[in-house]
Design a protein around this ligand. Structure first.
Ligand SMILES: [Zn+2]
Length: 100
């Protein structure tokens, strides 16, 4: 049982189908866009498989930040899927700021 949404759990569910993960990804990418003045959209599948488009409008630095951001986002999702917690974008942005 998924500890986040109480539906049947699997790795596929956690990273592709979980409504809580989807909401977190949307908030996280929105935060990234706000912080980097970008308009990027990524699906759960693109995030799960690191299938990030080239995004030629980005210079090298924000592109690298996006790739690192996606890796940390997945690590955070995996860690939080093990506990019953309320995940918020504020929590996530605080986590990212602590890592800087
Ligand atoms: Zn779930």
């Amino acid at each position: 049982m998924c500890t986040l949404c109480l539906r049947p759990d699997s790795i596929e569910h956690t990273f592709l189908d979980c409504t809580v993960t989807t909401a977190l990804y949307l908030k996280a990418i929105s935060w990234f866009n706000h912080e980097n003045d970008t308009v990027i959209t990524l699906t759960n599948k693109q995030i799960a498989f690191n299938d990030i488009p080239r995004l030629t409008q980005l210079t090298d630095y924000p592109r690298r930040r996006l790739h690192l951001f996606v890796i940390v986002l997945k690590q955070y999702t995996f860690k939080k899927s093990s506990y019953v917690v309320s995940v918020s974008a504020f929590t996530y942005s605080s986590f990212i700021c602590e890592a800087d």
